[in-house]
Design a binder for this molecule. Structure first.
Ligand SMILES: C=C(O[C@@H]1C=C(C(=O)O)C=C[C@H]1O)C(=O)O
Length: 360
């Protein structure tokens, strides 16, 4: 390419950038106008609207003519909205810490980077931070495609006044991060119990005799491995980078499609968007056909159940509660009718939240 051609194209790019710069600032000013109007109408000081944000992202994704791919378009607009909102006041988001966990990645993926994200020591602390109003939102893991449910989160939901206001799905790729020169020099492996479980076959094959030590988080595992040259951590690339640990084995998880679903917790329920999910916890006294009867209204109204999970009930030995995820919003007419019918049969029925299906 000759210099003249390059110069011409670069001048064109500069011109385009000037337009983008003017337009994103115009957008920020418009978003501030919405905030002003909401304030004038006496609405709450929290201007974040998960339903509206999901609609904005879906509309742009569906309108995207390319060549940029849909994932990149939603990610870019996610960050633009995050910055627009932070002009009013950055959202405070509590997450299962410490810094560098997959939960933090999920929080930033959902809210964008212009938030005040606060690491919490455990799942219960995330709930408490939002319940007390210290944080506006919280992010916790709820299930992994290889290892199943995160029981702490499920067990904490029924007794909490919080609502599920969103979900985030994220591929989880584990790395073996260590200062050890080779696999043979590793004497212990730290990770969160989920990380150890998701890499079980790899560990059985390559490090069968080595101690597997569960710790509070994959980020904590990376910190510990950074203090000891004969230790390794199973953690994210981000955590390895944070503690300056070389990666000896990338993508070591057993399932090639290992993913974790996270829940976003808040205090107010999002409006319907047309592409929503509803999470419930239900129970019925134990008798033949009890659960089948309780779920029957869902089939009658043609509702799609995407998850059914049982957990021991806090009420009695060998009694169970069931966690159900459905497509639709609790205010959708059919779902509302089905819930009304289920309520008559159930000993427990609580809507844990209706929220937009994940977009980013
Ligand atoms: C601007 C609004 O408020 C916030 C900012 C949004 C945006 O930048 O597009 C979208 C939803 C809200 O989180 C709105 O409600 O439209």
């Amino acid at each position: 390419m000759n210099d003249e051609t390059l110069k011409r194209i670069r001048a064109r790019i500069d011109g385009i950038d000037d337009q983008i710069l003017a337009l994103i600032n115009e957008r920020a000013a418009a978003a501030a106008e919405v905030a002003g109007a909401k304030q004038a109408a006496g609405e709450s000081a929290d201007f974040y609207r998960p339903a509206r944000e999901a609609e904005v992202l879906r509309r742009l994704r569906d309108a995207n003519p390319g060549p940029l791919n849909d994932g990149d378009v939603t990610r870019l607009f996610r960050e633009i909205m995050s910055s627009c909102l932070a002009l009013q006041r950055p959202l405070t988001v509590a997450f299962l810490g410490p810094e560098g966990t997959f939960t933090q990645e999920a929080a930033l993926k959902h809210f964008g980077h212009s938030v005040d994200s606060r690491p919490m020591d455990n799942i219960d602390a995330v709930f408490r931070e939002v319940e007390s109003g210290e944080a506006a939102y919280g992010v916790v893991p709820v299930e992994n495609s290889t290892e199943g449910m995160v029981t702490h989160t499920l067990d904490r939901l029924p007794s909490s006044p919080l609502q599920i206001v969103g979900e985030v799905e994220m591929p989880v790729v584990h790395s073996l991060a260590t200062r050890a020169a080779d696999v043979a020099s590793i004497q212990r492996v730290y990770s969160h119990s989920q990380g150890l479980a998701q890499c079980r076959s790899w560990l059985d094959r390559h490090l069968p005799a080595v101690d597997r030590i569960p710790v509070a988080s994959t980020a904590e595992a990376a910190r510990l491995a950074s203090l000891d040259d004969s230790a390794a951590a199973i953690a994210s690339e981000a955590a390895a980078e944070r503690y300056e640990l070389p990666i000896l084995q990338a993508a070591m998880q057993d399932g090639s499609r290992n993913a974790t679903r996270f829940l976003v917790l808040g205090r107010e329920s999002p409006e319907p968007t047309g592409e929503d999910k509803t999470s419930l916890v239900i129970a019925r006294e134990n008798r033949p056909g009890g659960l089948a009867g309780l779920l029957a209204p869902l089939a009658r109204y043609g509702l799609n159940m995407t998850r059914l999970e049982s957990r021991p009930s806090p009420e009695g030995m060998w009694e169970y509660v069931f966690f159900v995820d459905l497509l639709g919003h609790a205010e959708d007419p059919d779902l509302k009718r089905a819930l009304g019918e289920m309520q008559k049969l159930a000993s427990l029925l609580k809507v844990l939240g209706s929220y937009p299906r994940s977009v980013v």
